[in-house]
Design a protein around this ligand. Structure first.
Ligand code: SF4
Length: 698
């Protein structure tokens, strides 16, 4: 490879593709897929391919600002530290909060969590990952005793049946989908897609189960009951490696074929076809994503899937296992370093006194948060009602991306002190008292972990514009001003990763899933040379492809997995005369989050140029709306105006709208003004897939 090319990792989805980048000299860059990266072997999707066209400085934040006026870094950081210190002194540590993002690198996440949990002493630090995969994390922890994804992407290529549940893999994880389709060419893999709407993914599937919104627990409970009924369970694996099969099965038996068909609104013949296929195929991978996670029963949905894989012993072996695919580039890295309000670094539990002691001793910190902090929706409720009086938002745009976004916008607007660190101006940066310019992808160094536990380097190949700084540096500077300089004297991201790796090895006396001991104290040169690898990477061990749980070895104290009983619950949202439709939201192929990067090139905006709502033809006729009309979609929380697409891809009574547009890009196209913030009681993940709405011609 020419030395001019830099090896880095795509900053978009959780597939985590390797990218080769070379500056063009005009601020942009040439981009191509890295043929040596094990996630993509040179492939890139439309978003990844267009990365070089989205690096312009339009809209970039260049200098720190305080109260709307440019200032220098010292003045801005002094203000942040002083206001945080004053707030903590007057109201206690839980009066401050931090809201981060799956866009942050492992090193950013680690330092922010260390400051908040170990030195300020509050766990009020959560992240937009709460909107993405918190239900998977909670489901893994309940079943396995750890947040461990058992398999690898390669399993999708080595399976004979791939079940895609609540996942439009073709648009949301395109390169992984390409790998699956390429494998099908030679292997003849059968693909089953479970999704209430027809998508590019369901079009490629051998069987599409257009399930009723929110009915996944019924579907997979019915599968578990069917497996038990037909001798399709692995009694040896169940006896040797699990606990709780009988109660979970008794609960699942509520869904015999007739009940499952009634609740899922699927034909019994279609259900039987799926159940028989699953029962007779040894190599099965079940991939699940936001359609499962973004639900008020998200954790139960995850466990209903895991129950079926545990019952068949199809886990951690080639071509077998449940597989959570997540949305953001640092798919797993944030949760590994304790990025969620209910976790500590290295997969330790904040409500476990022994774990708190280990982390506090390791950090040598004056305190440690004694209880879980506020999860995203609750965190902004606490901002709204004044419990949180100082808030630091980093690398995310909650004014547009949180459910009930209008309410979140007002909460932030009324918060006494708001700091925002970001790359570009957004609707959230407009509300900042202190605005800190961050280095962007291509300008900073760090690591990310993708959906198959593979850690890869993001590397800088461009100079940051203006005075932009990496996020971890901003946190460390504020920590020093709060009097914690010794613990935050990190010289480089390598030093941060090396410290975190030492902590993972400290933890792993009895449990060795997330052990990065081989990277403890990694030097800058070794960090520069780091090649992609899957964790664990224990001291003295070479990188290797890893799978978990084929022979048990789960991370509950007795080393056994737990079956979880999953009684069916209907979605939180109920349709009514006033709100007769169910609104589903999601990604489109060529846009990313709130479009701050992907709207910069016509190559991507040319795919779909404006926000839209998909409506079934029968509903469109009843509403008197035609294709290309504008429709007003309204819920109890807010409204949006969207272009009408009339299509049989929708079920009657259901609507779909993309999540991306903000008022910045389309007046009143901001769909999260409409969505509900009902959450899963275990994971705290909001039900972004199901909101009761009305629709009318605008
Ligand atoms: Fe980037 Fe995901 Fe596309 Fe890969 S599949 S190039 S990680 S957006």
């Amino acid at each position: 490879m020419s030395e001019e090319w830099t090896r880095t990792t795509c900053p978009y989805c959780g597939v985590g593709c390797g990218v080769l980048a070379r500056p063009r000299g005009d601020g942009g860059a040439e981009i191509k897929g890295d043929p040596e990266h094990p996630a993509n072997f040179g492939r890139l999707c439309a978003k990844g391919s267009a990365l070089g066209e989205t690096l312009s400085r339009d809209g970039r934040l260049l200098r720190p600002m305080v109260d709307g006026a440019e200032t220098d870094w010292d003045a801005a950081l002094d203000r942040v530290a002083r206001r945080f210190a004053e707030t903590i002194a007057a109201h206690g540590p839980d009066s401050v909060a931090f809201y981060g993002s799956g866009q942050l690198l492992i090193e950013d996440y680690y330092v922010a969590n260390k400051l908040m949990k170990g030195f300020i002493g509050t766990a009020n630090i959560d992240t937009n990952s709460r909107l993405c995969m918190a239900s998977s994390v909670a489901g893994h922890r309940r079943a396995f005793g750890s947040d461990t994804v058992p398999g690898s992407y390669r399993d999708l290529e080595e399976a004979d049946l791939v079940v895609l549940a609540g996942s439009n893999l073709a648009w949301c994880h395109p390169v992984l989908f390409q790998r699956l389709l390429a494998a099908r060419e030679t292997r003849g893999t059968t693909i089953v897609a479970i999704d209430p709407r027809a998508t590019a993914t369901t079009a490629a599937a051998d069987l599409h189960l257009a399930i009723a919104p929110g009915a996944d627990v019924a579907l997979f409970s019915g599968l578990l009951a069917h497996l038990a009924e037909t001798g399709g369970v692995d009694l040896r694996f169940i006896a040797a490696h699990t606990v709780g099969f009988e109660p979970a099965l008794a609960e699942a038996r509520a869904f015999d074929l007739a009940a499952a068909a009634r609740t899922t609104e699927l034909a019994p013949e279609a259900l039987t076809a799926f159940y028989d296929l699953f029962a007779r195929t040894e190599r099965v991978v079940t991939v699940y994503s936001q359609g499962v996670n973004q639900s008020s029963a998200g954790t139960d949905k995850v466990n209903a899937i895991l129950n079926c894989h545990l019952a068949t012993g199809r886990i951690g072996r080639p071509g077998m296992g449940p597989f959570s695919v997540t949305g953001q580039p640092n798919a797993m890295g944030g949760r590994e370093v304790g990025g969620l309000a209910n976790m500590l670094a290295a997969h330790m539990d904040i409500d476990n006194p022994e774990h708190r002691g280990i982390v506090q001793a390791f950090w040598g910190s004056p305190t440690i948060a004694a209880k879980p902090g506020l999860k995203a929706v609750d965190l902004f409720r606490a901002v709204e009602d004044g419990r949180v009086k100082a808030l630091w938002i980093m690398a995310t745009n909650p004014v547009d991306s949180m459910p009930e976004a209008n309410r979140v916008r007002e909460a932030i607007r009324n918060c006494p002190f708001v700091v925002v660190s970001d790359v570009c101006a957004t609707d959230t940066t407009a509300l900042a008292d202190v605005l800190l310019p961050s280095a962007a992808w291509g300008e900073k160094d760090g690591t990310v972990t993708n959906s198959e536990r593979r850690m890869s380097r993001q590397r800088a190949f461009l100079a940051p514009p203006g005075e932009a700084l990496p996020d971890w540096r901003q946190v460390a500077e504020v920590a020093a001003r709060l009097g914690f300089g010794d613990a935050f004297a990190h010289r480089s991201p390598a030093g941060i990763l090396g410290e975190y790796a030492r902590l993972t090895a400290t933890r792993n006396g009895g449990r060795r899933d997330l052990d990065l001991g081989a990277l403890a104290g990694i030097s800058d040169a070794e960090y520069d040379a780091l090649t992609p690898f899957q964790w664990p990477r224990r001291a003295g061990e070479a990188p290797a492809e890893t799978r978990f749980f084929a022979n048990g070895g789960f991370y509950h104290a007795d080393r056994k997995a737990r079956f979880v009983s999953t009684p069916f619950r209907v979605p939180a949202a109920r349709t009514s005369v006033g709100f007769p439709f169910i609104l589903n939201t999601g990604r489109i192929r060529d846009q990313w989050h709130t479009m701050t990067r992907t709207a910069k090139t016509p190559r991507l905006t040319g795919h779909i140029g404006e926000p839209f709502v998909e409506i079934h033809p029968a509903d469109a006729e009843a509403l008197g709306v035609k294709p290309a009309d504008l429709a007003e979609i309204e819920s109890a929380h807010g409204r949006a105006i969207l272009r009408v697409v009339v299509t049989e891809r929708q079920r009657p009574g259901s609507l779909f709208a993309p999540m991306h547009w903000t008022d910045q890009f389309a007046s009143q196209g901001r769909i999260d003004a409409v969505t509900s913030s009902a959450v899963d009681p275990v994971s705290g993940q909001p039900e972004l897939k199901i909101t009761a709405v009305s629709a009318k011609r605008f």
